[in-house]
Design a protein around this ligand. Structure first.
Ligand code: 3DU
Length: 216
């Protein structure tokens, strides 16, 4: 992914035309579009390729299965046109290794969830987050997903993975996180969904967050 605006739009709308219209309007003001189950289940997997013609696509399917099933899923998603797939780490190193292998075969990227941004992540995930970050670093993934709602955890995860692996960070805006604080804590990109796609003018909001990131 080319690092320019350092902003990724999470496009969790469920209408195809609305999705395409928003991508068209924010194009150039975000570095990638993250799409996942809401949009793909509502409109079909061809939406991946349609959006990929306009901007890099990160497919947030939080893949979490045995290695063989992970392989089948990642192959379909890359074939559909995605540039990157987000996978879970808790399934362990063999599952992750398989995803990385498929990504390498396709010249694409894997991002791995460490600790999620919502309060429930403290129930189980946070306890394993540092080990999962280390496993992701060992597997030489393109990046990890870390919570913008807890900048101190972004910092901690950065200290584990070093500087060669990217951090993409959701939780800015609707979930209460700050773009500037997240970037200062060591994230390479922030991921913003509702604050942009629910706005009257998504483009202006994206430009505003881009400015905040630059100033940080
Ligand atoms: O809260 P927002 O509307 O800005 O959207 C955040 C997006 O990032 C959304 O697609 C959600 O599924 C995803 N995400 C998290 O919010 C938190 C995580 O730890 C991982 C993914």
């Amino acid at each position: 992914m080319i690092k320019d605006t350092r902003l990724i739009l999470a496009l969790d709308v469920t209408d195809r035309l609305q999705a395409l219209k928003i991508v068209q309007s924010v194009k150039g003001h975000v570095d990638a579009i993250k799409i996942g189950y809401p949009l793909v289940l509502a409109t079909g997997k061809d939406i991946i390729g349609e959006i990929a013609e306009m901007a890099p696509v990160i497919a947030d399917f939080k893949v979490a299965d045995i290695p063989n099933t992970d392989r089948l899923i990642c192959e379909e998603v890359f074939r559909a046109g995605a540039d990157a797939v987000i996978v879970h780490a808790f399934t362990g190193s063999d599952s992750l290794k398989m995803c990385v292998e498929v990504a390498e075969e396709h010249g694409k990227e894997i991002y791995v969830v460490t600790e999620m941004s919502h309060p429930g992540a403290l129930d189980f995930m946070q306890k394993a987050a540092e080990d999962m970050a280390q496993m992701a670093a060992n597997a030489k993934v393109a990046g990890v997903v870390a919570p913008a709602t807890r900048p101190e955890r972004v910092k901690m995860i950065r200290s584990i993975i070093g500087d060669d692996i990217a951090i993409i960070s959701p939780g800015v805006g609707a979930q209460g996180g700050s773009a500037a604080d997240t970037i200062k804590a060591g994230a390479d990109w922030v991921i913003v969904g509702r604050s942009i796609y629910l706005a009257d003018d998504p483009r202006q909001v994206a430009i505003g967050i881009g400015k905040e990131i630059k100033d940080a």
